[in-house]
Structure formats: C-alpha cells, structure tokens
Ligand binder design. Structure first.
Ligand SMILES: NC(=O)c1ccc[n+]([C@@H]2O[C@H](COP(=O)([O-])OP(=O)(O)OC[C@H]3O[C@@H](n4cnc5c(N)ncnc54)[C@H](O)[C@@H]3O)[C@@H](O)[C@H]2O)c1
Ligand SMILES: O=C(O)C(=O)C[C@]1(C(=O)O)C=C[C@@H](O)C=C1
Length: 297
C-alpha cells in the first residue's frame, strides 16, 4: 500500500462518538499532527481535551480553519446547513471537507447552497456504517471503524484526488470504503438503519402506552427484548434530524412495513400455522444468508 501523508491539522466539528472516534483512529494510525475541535457544549469539549481526543478547543471559526488540511463534520445532520454557512467564508481553497452524516441528499443540498464551486471540488460527503447507541466524546473508540463499511457519495464536481485522499484516511482507520449515488444511499439506509430505529423507538413507546404500569411489564423482559430495543437508547436529536432529512424514503419504508405487519396479523387471525411457519422460516433464512455473507466480506 502507498504511504499516506499525515494531516498537519484536522478540524472536527461535533466532537462526539463519531468525530471523536475518527480523531482517535487517525491518531492511532499516526496520521494526524494536530486536532482542533469545534463544539456546542463546553463540558463535552473539555472532556475531549482530557481524553486526548483533541489538542485544542476552537475559539473562533476563522482561526480554527486556518491551515486546516481536513474538516470533518460530525454533528447532527440538521446542523449541516448552518455549519457550512459559518465555515464557508473562512475555508481555504484547498482544505478538504468531509462529513459523517447518516443521510446524504440533504447534506449535498446544503453544500451546493453554501459552498463555492472551488470548495465543492474538495467536498467529499461520507457516512460510516458504524456507531453505537451511546453519544458524546466519552463513547469514542479508536477501533469503531475497523472492518466496517464507509460509503462516500461524491458530487459530480468533487475531484478524484479529494475522494482518494478521504478514502485513504478511512482505510487507515481499517474501514472498507464504497462509492454510491446519494439517492441510492438514502433509500438503502432508510430500509436497514432508519426503519429499524423507528421500530425500536415505537416499540418502547407502545409498551409504555399499552399499560398503566409499564414497569411491571418490563420487569421480566429478557435478552431478546434488550437486543431488539438497544438502538432505542440512541440520541433523540440525531434521530429527529435523520428522520426529517430522509422523510420520503422513510415514509415509503414505514408504509411497506405496515403492509407486512398487516399480512402477518391476517395469518394469525386465520390460525394459519403453516403460513406463519413459512413466513418465519423465510425471515430466518434471509438473516442467516446475510450473516454468512457478512463474515465472508
Ligand atoms: N451514532 C451513530 O451510530 C452514527 C453512525 C454514523 C453516522 N452518524 C452521524 O454522525 C453524526 C454525529 O453523530 P454522533 O453519534 O457522534 O453524535 P454525538 O451526539 O455523539 O456527537 C455530536 C456532537 O456534535 C455537537 N454539536 C451539535 N451541534 C453542533 C454544532 N452546531 N456545532 C458544533 N458541534 C455541534 C454535540 O454537542 C455533540 O458533541 C450525526 O450526523 C449522525 O447522523 C452517527
Ligand atoms: O450500532 C448502532 O447503534 C447504530 O445504530 C449504528 C448505525 C446503524 O443503524 O447501523 C446508526 C446510524 C448510522 O448512520 C450508522 C450506523
């Protein structure tokens, strides 16, 4: 593999689980000399310094961006437009900008609106398919991206050199990089990430609403319930933004899911044992096939 040049200065906007983990992974790979954090909460930024995730807390955007090789946007996607608007006047012509947002078409629309053509040559939208239900810099891990997928959705005007540089940095975090059109990204992730989060959140609320005494209901919930609902512990702000940004694709998924649930309800009403078993067998086979393929990848 070709040697990778280290970043002299990395600026992370939103130093939480995802931004902090990128910082730690690049530090571990010896690929960054200085990291400046731009944040919203002073307590979280102070923690980022104490944990050695960043070297300094930005005092203002202009000096934070001065001499930056790469800006990594890792705040909730609802903050993308205002963040790009704030950084655009201070971005140097050759500073690379990438992001980790869970949705891509909205991020690209914001970039088209706020970044000049010159800055868009150096803008590489991205999304690591890795994370956790925990938020904040204290949850950051150097190996979060190891053996995980990262999807890049470059604009037509993004330079190939910018894509390659961002790809190299993710590969140095031991991630596997793929390129995809942004609309396909948002459609695919609506199905495999956004819908499952909606199901976990609504299951928790449903159980809460279905009884006057939810505690007695949850008292004997087992590990199946714990596995299924793990992601309902995720950041409400982050998921509010994701759902609103990918609203159309998510609505399509919710409607299709409702149809699936309705047909299962009909089988149950009819006491159709064979059809129920067939439906569950099909689901199990699909999952087993997916897991087998995943271990080979
Ligand atoms: N958590 C996951 O599993 C996961 C996975 C892949 C991608 N993402 C995406 O990565 C991004 C960050 O997610 P996270 O899990 O690290 O969240 P997080 O809550 O751990 O971190 C986000 C940080 O951004 C800060 N922030 C919010 N608004 C800001 C602003 N305007 N300027 C500067 N900082 C601001 C918050 O204070 C927080 O410290 C989101 O866009 C999310 O969609 C999350
Ligand atoms: O593992 C988790 O807790 C996650 O929710 C990670 C997860 C996912 O849905 O797989 C969440 C959002 C992302 O944009 C990417 C990854």
């Amino acid at each position: 593999m070709a040697t990778i040049t280290a970043l002299n200065k990395l600026v992370i906007v939103g130093v939480g689980l995802i931004g902090g983990s990128f910082a730690l992974a690049l530090r571990k790979a010896g690929l960054v000399k200085h990291i400046t954090g731009v944040g919203r909460s002073q307590a979280n930024m102070q923690r980022a310094i104490e944990l050695g995730v960043i070297d300094e807390i930005a005092t203002d955007i202009a000096s934070a961006l001065n001499g930056a090789d790469l800006v990594f946007l890792a705040m909730p996607v609802g903050q993308t437009a205002s963040t790009l608007e704030k950084i655009a006047p201070h971005l140097h012509a050759n500073t690379l900008v990438t992001d980790a947002g869970s949705t891509k078409q909205d991020v690209i629309a914001a970039a088209r609106h706020h970044l000049s053509m010159q800055n868009r040559h150096h803008f590489v939208p991205g999304h690591p398919i890795a994370g956790a239900e925990h938020s904040g810099v204290q949850a950051a891990q150097a190996d979060l991206y190891a053996h995980k997928h990262v999807i890049l959705t470059p604009l037509p005007e993004t330079s190939m050199a910018a894509v390659e540089r961002v790809q190299q940095l993710w590969q140095a975090c031991h991630a596997q990089v793929s390129l995809m059109p942004p609309d396909e990204h948002d459609r695919v992730l609506a199905a495999t990430s956004h819908l499952p989060h909606i199901l976990a959140f609504t299951l928790m609320n449903h159980l809460n609403h279905s009884t006057d005494d939810p505690e007695s209901l949850l008292r004997f919930a087992g590990s199946g319930f714990r596995d299924f609902t793990r992601i309902a512990s995720s950041s409400p702000e982050m998921w509010r933004d994701i759902c609103l940004a990918n609203r159309e694709a998510l609505l399509t998924q919710i409607e299709a899911y409702q149809t699936e649930l309705n047909s299962l309800r009909e089988l149950l009403k009819k006491n159709d044992a064979d059809a129920l078993e067939q439906a569950f067998s099909q689901a199990r086979d699909i999952r087993e096939g997916w897991l087998k393929k995943k271990t080979k990848d």
